[in-house]
Design a protein around this ligand. Structure first.
Ligand SMILES: [Zn+2]
Ligand SMILES: [Zn+2]
Length: 384
Protein backbone atom coordinates (compact mmCIF):
# COMPACT_ATOMS: atom_id res chain seq x y z
CA UNK A 1 0.00 0.00 0.00
CA UNK A 2 1.55 3.35 -0.95
CA UNK A 3 1.69 6.47 1.18
CA UNK A 4 -1.04 8.23 -0.71
CA UNK A 5 -3.49 5.44 -0.04
CA UNK A 6 -2.46 5.33 3.62
CA UNK A 7 -3.15 9.05 3.82
CA UNK A 8 -6.51 8.58 2.10
CA UNK A 9 -7.54 5.86 4.54
CA UNK A 10 -6.59 7.72 7.72
CA UNK A 11 -8.37 10.88 6.62
CA UNK A 12 -11.47 8.98 5.48
CA UNK A 13 -14.69 9.77 7.31
CA UNK A 14 -14.85 7.01 9.90
CA UNK A 15 -18.23 8.04 11.23
CA UNK A 16 -20.16 6.01 8.60
CA UNK A 17 -22.18 3.18 10.06
CA UNK A 18 -23.89 0.49 8.04
CA UNK A 19 -27.25 1.83 6.95
CA UNK A 20 -29.94 -0.51 5.53
CA UNK A 21 -30.89 -0.07 1.88
CA UNK A 22 -34.11 1.81 2.51
CA UNK A 23 -32.36 4.39 4.75
CA UNK A 24 -29.30 5.01 2.63
CA UNK A 25 -30.31 8.19 0.85
CA UNK A 26 -27.99 10.41 2.86
CA UNK A 27 -24.68 8.64 2.14
CA UNK A 28 -22.77 10.92 -0.24
CA UNK A 29 -21.68 9.59 -3.62
CA UNK A 30 -18.05 10.55 -4.00
CA UNK A 31 -16.36 8.35 -6.60
CA UNK A 32 -16.44 4.92 -8.14
CA UNK A 33 -13.45 2.68 -7.38
CA UNK A 34 -11.26 2.02 -10.38
CA UNK A 35 -11.84 -1.34 -12.11
CA UNK A 36 -8.33 -2.33 -11.07
CA UNK A 37 -8.95 -1.86 -7.34
CA UNK A 38 -8.16 -4.96 -5.37
CA UNK A 39 -11.05 -6.35 -3.38
CA UNK A 40 -9.97 -7.20 0.18
CA UNK A 41 -13.17 -8.81 1.44
CA UNK A 42 -16.63 -9.63 0.28
CA UNK A 43 -19.65 -9.14 2.48
CA UNK A 44 -22.70 -11.27 1.86
CA UNK A 45 -26.16 -10.82 3.27
CA UNK A 46 -29.86 -10.84 2.51
CA UNK A 47 -31.24 -7.37 3.30
CA UNK A 48 -35.02 -7.45 2.87
CA UNK A 49 -34.74 -11.09 1.76
CA UNK A 50 -32.69 -10.33 -1.35
CA UNK A 51 -29.20 -11.83 -1.48
CA UNK A 52 -26.48 -9.25 -2.10
CA UNK A 53 -22.70 -9.25 -2.22
CA UNK A 54 -20.80 -6.08 -1.40
CA UNK A 55 -17.14 -5.53 -2.13
CA UNK A 56 -14.76 -4.02 0.38
CA UNK A 57 -11.69 -2.35 -1.13
CA UNK A 58 -9.81 -1.25 1.98
CA UNK A 59 -9.58 -2.45 5.50
CA UNK A 60 -8.50 -0.75 8.68
CA UNK A 61 -9.02 -2.63 11.93
CA UNK A 62 -12.66 -3.62 12.06
CA UNK A 63 -13.62 -1.02 9.45
CA UNK A 64 -14.14 -1.83 5.79
CA UNK A 65 -14.37 0.62 2.93
CA UNK A 66 -17.21 -0.52 0.65
CA UNK A 67 -18.71 0.50 -2.64
CA UNK A 68 -22.27 -0.51 -3.31
CA UNK A 69 -24.60 0.67 -6.06
CA UNK A 70 -22.69 3.91 -6.51
CA UNK A 71 -22.50 4.69 -2.80
CA UNK A 72 -19.47 4.13 -0.65
CA UNK A 73 -17.98 4.72 2.75
CA UNK A 74 -16.52 3.06 5.80
CA UNK A 75 -18.62 0.46 7.61
CA UNK A 76 -17.98 -1.22 10.92
CA UNK A 77 -17.61 -4.97 10.49
CA UNK A 78 -18.96 -5.83 13.95
CA UNK A 79 -21.98 -3.66 13.22
CA UNK A 80 -22.53 -5.51 9.91
CA UNK A 81 -22.24 -8.95 11.49
CA UNK A 82 -24.73 -8.12 14.21
CA UNK A 83 -27.19 -7.41 11.37
CA UNK A 84 -26.77 -10.86 9.85
CA UNK A 85 -24.17 -10.02 7.18
CA UNK A 86 -21.25 -12.34 6.66
CA UNK A 87 -17.86 -11.01 5.67
CA UNK A 88 -15.29 -13.23 4.06
CA UNK A 89 -11.66 -12.28 3.60
CA UNK A 90 -10.49 -12.42 0.04
CA UNK A 91 -6.76 -12.93 -0.05
CA UNK A 92 -7.05 -14.76 -3.34
CA UNK A 93 -10.29 -15.19 -5.21
CA UNK A 94 -11.70 -18.64 -4.59
CA UNK A 95 -15.26 -19.22 -5.78
CA UNK A 96 -15.44 -22.43 -3.80
CA UNK A 97 -14.80 -20.85 -0.42
CA UNK A 98 -15.88 -17.27 -0.65
CA UNK A 99 -18.68 -17.49 -3.18
CA UNK A 100 -20.33 -20.83 -2.56
CA UNK A 101 -23.70 -19.17 -2.00
CA UNK A 102 -25.76 -21.21 0.46
CA UNK A 103 -24.54 -24.59 -0.82
CA UNK A 104 -22.19 -26.67 1.27
CA UNK A 105 -19.16 -27.74 -0.72
CA UNK A 106 -17.26 -30.60 0.89
CA UNK A 107 -13.46 -30.48 1.06
CA UNK A 108 -11.85 -31.44 -2.24
CA UNK A 109 -15.28 -30.97 -3.84
CA UNK A 110 -16.25 -34.53 -2.92
CA UNK A 111 -19.91 -33.59 -2.82
CA UNK A 112 -22.11 -30.51 -2.79
CA UNK A 113 -25.17 -30.22 -0.58
CA UNK A 114 -28.08 -27.85 -0.98
CA UNK A 115 -29.44 -25.80 1.91
CA UNK A 116 -32.58 -27.90 2.64
CA UNK A 117 -31.10 -30.85 4.51
CA UNK A 118 -34.40 -31.45 6.35
CA UNK A 119 -36.15 -32.30 3.06
CA UNK A 120 -33.36 -34.67 2.02
CA UNK A 121 -33.57 -36.41 5.41
CA UNK A 122 -37.39 -36.72 5.08
CA UNK A 123 -37.10 -38.27 1.60
CA UNK A 124 -34.61 -40.83 2.91
CA UNK A 125 -36.97 -41.61 5.79
CA UNK A 126 -40.00 -42.05 3.50
CA UNK A 127 -38.03 -44.43 1.29
CA UNK A 128 -36.45 -46.38 4.13
CA UNK A 129 -39.34 -46.89 6.57
CA UNK A 130 -41.76 -48.76 4.20
CA UNK A 131 -38.85 -50.84 2.89
CA UNK A 132 -37.81 -51.92 6.39
CA UNK A 133 -41.43 -52.78 7.26
CA UNK A 134 -41.87 -54.92 4.15
CA UNK A 135 -38.50 -56.58 4.73
CA UNK A 136 -39.03 -57.43 8.40
CA UNK A 137 -42.79 -57.79 8.76
CA UNK A 138 -44.93 -57.99 5.60
CA UNK A 139 -43.18 -60.92 3.89
CA UNK A 140 -42.58 -62.83 7.14
CA UNK A 141 -44.88 -65.79 6.40
CA UNK A 142 -44.61 -65.79 2.60
CA UNK A 143 -43.65 -69.14 1.03
CA UNK A 144 -40.75 -67.59 -0.89
CA UNK A 145 -39.92 -64.76 1.48
CA UNK A 146 -36.23 -64.72 0.51
CA UNK A 147 -37.04 -63.93 -3.14
CA UNK A 148 -39.27 -61.02 -2.13
CA UNK A 149 -36.55 -59.77 0.21
CA UNK A 150 -33.84 -59.89 -2.46
CA UNK A 151 -36.00 -57.96 -4.95
CA UNK A 152 -36.86 -55.40 -2.27
CA UNK A 153 -33.21 -54.99 -1.21
CA UNK A 154 -32.22 -54.44 -4.85
CA UNK A 155 -34.96 -51.85 -5.44
CA UNK A 156 -34.23 -50.04 -2.15
CA UNK A 157 -30.47 -49.93 -2.77
CA UNK A 158 -30.98 -48.60 -6.31
CA UNK A 159 -33.47 -45.95 -5.20
CA UNK A 160 -31.27 -44.76 -2.33
CA UNK A 161 -28.18 -44.68 -4.54
CA UNK A 162 -30.00 -42.57 -7.15
CA UNK A 163 -31.45 -40.29 -4.47
CA UNK A 164 -28.00 -39.65 -3.00
CA UNK A 165 -26.43 -39.16 -6.42
CA UNK A 166 -29.14 -36.61 -7.30
CA UNK A 167 -28.81 -34.76 -3.97
CA UNK A 168 -25.01 -34.79 -3.63
CA UNK A 169 -24.04 -34.08 -7.23
CA UNK A 170 -23.12 -30.47 -7.84
CA UNK A 171 -26.19 -29.34 -9.84
CA UNK A 172 -24.34 -27.02 -12.23
CA UNK A 173 -23.47 -23.95 -10.20
CA UNK A 174 -21.93 -21.10 -12.19
CA UNK A 175 -18.88 -19.72 -10.37
CA UNK A 176 -19.31 -16.14 -9.27
CA UNK A 177 -17.23 -13.32 -10.55
CA UNK A 178 -15.36 -11.26 -7.97
CA UNK A 179 -17.75 -8.57 -6.74
CA UNK A 180 -15.77 -5.85 -8.45
CA UNK A 181 -15.89 -7.42 -11.92
CA UNK A 182 -18.20 -5.64 -14.30
CA UNK A 183 -19.94 -8.16 -16.54
CA UNK A 184 -21.61 -6.85 -19.66
CA UNK A 185 -23.73 -8.49 -22.33
CA UNK A 186 -21.78 -9.38 -25.47
CA UNK A 187 -22.07 -6.89 -28.32
CA UNK A 188 -25.26 -7.41 -30.29
CA UNK A 189 -26.90 -9.42 -27.50
CA UNK A 190 -28.25 -6.50 -25.47
CA UNK A 191 -31.83 -7.46 -26.35
CA UNK A 192 -31.38 -11.25 -26.25
CA UNK A 193 -34.19 -12.50 -23.99
CA UNK A 194 -32.11 -15.48 -22.80
CA UNK A 195 -29.05 -13.61 -21.56
CA UNK A 196 -29.31 -11.76 -18.29
CA UNK A 197 -26.81 -10.27 -15.88
CA UNK A 198 -27.08 -11.65 -12.35
CA UNK A 199 -26.09 -8.85 -10.00
CA UNK A 200 -25.64 -11.20 -7.05
CA UNK A 201 -23.22 -13.54 -8.82
CA UNK A 202 -21.92 -10.71 -10.95
CA UNK A 203 -22.00 -12.66 -14.20
CA UNK A 204 -23.77 -12.91 -17.51
CA UNK A 205 -26.12 -15.82 -17.11
CA UNK A 206 -26.15 -18.31 -20.00
CA UNK A 207 -29.46 -19.14 -21.64
CA UNK A 208 -31.85 -21.42 -19.64
CA UNK A 209 -30.00 -20.69 -16.40
CA UNK A 210 -31.42 -19.04 -13.32
CA UNK A 211 -30.36 -17.68 -9.96
CA UNK A 212 -31.79 -20.01 -7.32
CA UNK A 213 -33.01 -17.96 -4.37
CA UNK A 214 -32.72 -20.92 -1.99
CA UNK A 215 -29.17 -21.93 -2.95
CA UNK A 216 -28.17 -18.31 -3.62
CA UNK A 217 -26.29 -19.29 -6.77
CA UNK A 218 -26.78 -19.13 -10.50
CA UNK A 219 -27.39 -22.65 -11.81
CA UNK A 220 -26.89 -23.78 -15.38
CA UNK A 221 -29.86 -25.30 -17.23
CA UNK A 222 -31.97 -24.77 -14.12
CA UNK A 223 -34.99 -27.06 -13.83
CA UNK A 224 -36.27 -26.39 -10.31
CA UNK A 225 -35.14 -26.20 -6.70
CA UNK A 226 -36.28 -29.48 -5.19
CA UNK A 227 -37.03 -29.22 -1.46
CA UNK A 228 -37.12 -33.04 -1.23
CA UNK A 229 -33.56 -33.36 -2.50
CA UNK A 230 -32.60 -30.19 -0.67
CA UNK A 231 -30.84 -28.84 -3.72
CA UNK A 232 -31.37 -27.58 -7.26
CA UNK A 233 -32.17 -29.95 -10.08
CA UNK A 234 -30.24 -28.68 -13.07
CA UNK A 235 -27.79 -29.58 -15.81
CA UNK A 236 -25.56 -31.97 -13.84
CA UNK A 237 -28.08 -33.86 -11.68
CA UNK A 238 -31.25 -33.86 -13.79
CA UNK A 239 -30.55 -37.36 -15.12
CA UNK A 240 -29.99 -38.71 -11.59
CA UNK A 241 -33.19 -37.00 -10.47
CA UNK A 242 -35.23 -38.55 -13.32
CA UNK A 243 -33.81 -42.01 -12.66
CA UNK A 244 -34.54 -41.58 -8.94
CA UNK A 245 -38.18 -40.70 -9.70
CA UNK A 246 -38.61 -43.82 -11.86
CA UNK A 247 -36.93 -46.03 -9.27
CA UNK A 248 -39.04 -44.55 -6.47
CA UNK A 249 -42.24 -45.23 -8.43
CA UNK A 250 -41.21 -48.88 -8.94
CA UNK A 251 -40.37 -49.19 -5.22
CA UNK A 252 -43.75 -47.74 -4.21
CA UNK A 253 -45.59 -50.08 -6.57
CA UNK A 254 -43.60 -53.03 -5.21
CA UNK A 255 -44.36 -52.12 -1.57
CA UNK A 256 -48.07 -51.81 -2.44
CA UNK A 257 -48.00 -55.11 -4.38
CA UNK A 258 -46.32 -57.06 -1.55
CA UNK A 259 -48.70 -55.58 1.01
CA UNK A 260 -51.65 -56.56 -1.19
CA UNK A 261 -50.29 -60.14 -1.33
CA UNK A 262 -50.08 -60.16 2.46
CA UNK A 263 -53.68 -58.94 2.74
CA UNK A 264 -54.78 -61.64 0.34
CA UNK A 265 -52.98 -64.30 2.38
CA UNK A 266 -54.60 -63.01 5.59
CA UNK A 267 -58.02 -62.97 3.93
CA UNK A 268 -57.68 -66.52 2.58
CA UNK A 269 -56.67 -67.76 6.04
CA UNK A 270 -60.22 -67.22 7.21
CA UNK A 271 -61.78 -69.09 4.28
CA UNK A 272 -65.41 -68.11 3.59
CA UNK A 273 -65.96 -66.58 6.99
CA UNK A 274 -66.59 -62.86 6.36
CA UNK A 275 -64.30 -61.83 9.18
CA UNK A 276 -62.85 -58.43 9.47
CA UNK A 277 -59.36 -59.49 8.46
CA UNK A 278 -58.09 -55.90 8.42
CA UNK A 279 -59.07 -55.48 12.09
CA UNK A 280 -57.34 -58.78 12.82
CA UNK A 281 -54.25 -57.56 11.00
CA UNK A 282 -54.24 -54.26 12.92
CA UNK A 283 -54.47 -56.18 16.14
CA UNK A 284 -51.67 -58.66 15.45
CA UNK A 285 -49.36 -56.96 12.96
CA UNK A 286 -50.23 -53.34 12.07
CA UNK A 287 -46.94 -52.59 10.28
CA UNK A 288 -47.93 -53.68 6.74
CA UNK A 289 -50.84 -51.22 6.92
CA UNK A 290 -48.43 -48.46 7.94
CA UNK A 291 -46.15 -49.29 4.98
CA UNK A 292 -49.16 -49.25 2.66
CA UNK A 293 -50.29 -45.89 4.06
CA UNK A 294 -46.85 -44.35 3.34
CA UNK A 295 -46.75 -45.92 -0.15
CA UNK A 296 -50.25 -44.62 -1.00
CA UNK A 297 -49.46 -41.17 0.39
CA UNK A 298 -46.28 -41.00 -1.71
CA UNK A 299 -47.74 -42.53 -4.85
CA UNK A 300 -49.85 -39.58 -5.98
CA UNK A 301 -47.17 -36.83 -5.80
CA UNK A 302 -44.34 -39.05 -7.09
CA UNK A 303 -46.26 -40.58 -10.01
CA UNK A 304 -47.71 -37.22 -11.07
CA UNK A 305 -44.24 -35.64 -10.82
CA UNK A 306 -42.81 -38.39 -13.04
CA UNK A 307 -45.63 -37.93 -15.56
CA UNK A 308 -45.02 -34.15 -15.52
CA UNK A 309 -41.29 -34.62 -16.23
CA UNK A 310 -42.02 -37.08 -19.05
CA UNK A 311 -44.29 -34.47 -20.58
CA UNK A 312 -41.55 -31.84 -20.17
CA UNK A 313 -39.08 -34.20 -21.88
CA UNK A 314 -41.50 -34.59 -24.80
CA UNK A 315 -41.78 -30.81 -25.29
CA UNK A 316 -38.11 -30.06 -24.44
CA UNK A 317 -38.78 -27.63 -21.63
CA UNK A 318 -37.53 -27.30 -18.07
CA UNK A 319 -39.91 -27.04 -15.11
CA UNK A 320 -38.88 -23.41 -14.70
CA UNK A 321 -39.68 -22.60 -18.35
CA UNK A 322 -42.97 -24.47 -18.21
CA UNK A 323 -44.13 -22.82 -14.98
CA UNK A 324 -43.13 -19.35 -16.17
CA UNK A 325 -44.63 -19.88 -19.62
CA UNK A 326 -41.40 -18.76 -21.29
CA UNK A 327 -42.40 -20.13 -24.70
CA UNK A 328 -45.93 -18.78 -24.67
CA UNK A 329 -44.98 -15.90 -26.92
CA UNK A 330 -41.98 -17.17 -28.85
CA UNK A 331 -40.95 -20.54 -30.17
CA UNK A 332 -38.69 -22.97 -28.30
CA UNK A 333 -35.60 -23.61 -30.41
CA UNK A 334 -34.75 -26.70 -28.31
CA UNK A 335 -37.97 -28.37 -29.42
CA UNK A 336 -37.12 -30.83 -32.20
CA UNK A 337 -40.48 -32.59 -32.24
CA UNK A 338 -41.89 -35.08 -29.76
CA UNK A 339 -40.05 -38.17 -31.01
CA UNK A 340 -36.62 -36.52 -31.22
CA UNK A 341 -37.12 -34.81 -27.83
CA UNK A 342 -37.98 -38.15 -26.18
CA UNK A 343 -34.97 -39.82 -27.80
CA UNK A 344 -32.75 -36.96 -26.58
CA UNK A 345 -34.14 -37.20 -23.07
CA UNK A 346 -33.55 -40.97 -23.01
CA UNK A 347 -29.98 -40.50 -24.30
CA UNK A 348 -29.32 -37.84 -21.64
CA UNK A 349 -30.10 -40.44 -18.97
CA UNK A 350 -27.20 -42.57 -20.22
CA UNK A 351 -24.67 -39.79 -20.81
CA UNK A 352 -21.80 -38.98 -18.46
CA UNK A 353 -22.42 -36.15 -16.01
CA UNK A 354 -20.86 -33.03 -17.60
CA UNK A 355 -17.83 -31.57 -15.79
CA UNK A 356 -18.50 -29.15 -12.96
CA UNK A 357 -17.62 -25.49 -13.39
CA UNK A 358 -16.85 -24.88 -9.72
CA UNK A 359 -15.20 -28.07 -8.49
CA UNK A 360 -12.27 -28.01 -10.89
CA UNK A 361 -11.18 -24.41 -10.55
CA UNK A 362 -7.51 -24.04 -9.83
CA UNK A 363 -7.29 -22.52 -6.35
CA UNK A 364 -3.61 -21.60 -6.62
CA UNK A 365 -4.02 -18.98 -9.32
CA UNK A 366 -2.92 -15.50 -8.25
CA UNK A 367 -5.84 -13.10 -7.75
CA UNK A 368 -4.89 -10.77 -10.63
CA UNK A 369 -5.13 -13.58 -13.14
CA UNK A 370 -8.37 -14.77 -11.58
CA UNK A 371 -9.86 -11.32 -11.82
CA UNK A 372 -9.07 -11.24 -15.50
CA UNK A 373 -10.33 -14.78 -16.06
CA UNK A 374 -13.60 -14.37 -14.19
CA UNK A 375 -14.39 -10.90 -15.44
CA UNK A 376 -15.05 -12.45 -18.81
CA UNK A 377 -18.55 -13.19 -19.91
CA UNK A 378 -19.27 -16.91 -19.73
CA UNK A 379 -20.58 -17.16 -23.22
CA UNK A 380 -18.66 -14.84 -25.49
CA UNK A 381 -21.07 -15.23 -28.36
CA UNK A 382 -24.73 -14.54 -28.61
CA UNK A 383 -26.56 -17.90 -28.46
CA UNK A 384 -29.34 -16.90 -30.85
ZN1 LIG B 1 -26.79 -15.48 -9.61
ZN1 LIG C 1 -31.52 -24.28 -5.40
Amino acid sequence: MNEEEEEDMTSAPVQFRFVPRFRRQNIPVLQEPSPLSRCVASIQGKPLGQARVITAYKRQGSWLWIWWDGRFGWVDLSNLESRGWRASQVSSFDPRESFAGDNFIAPRGLFVLGPDLGGFFATNLMTTVPSIIVFTSTVKNFPHAAVFKVVLAYLYATTTYLLWRAALTEPGILPRNPPDAKPSLPAGCEDAPDLKICHTCNLVRPARSKHCGSCNNCVELFDHHCPWLGTCVARRNYAWFSLFLMSEVILIIYVAFVTALRFRAEYLKFGDVPRDFAADLVEHDPWPLAALAVAVALSFPVISLLAFHWRLAAIAQTTNESVRGVYRHHSNRNNLGCRANCANAALNLCRHTPPSRILHLDRRKPPERDLELHSRCFYGTCPS
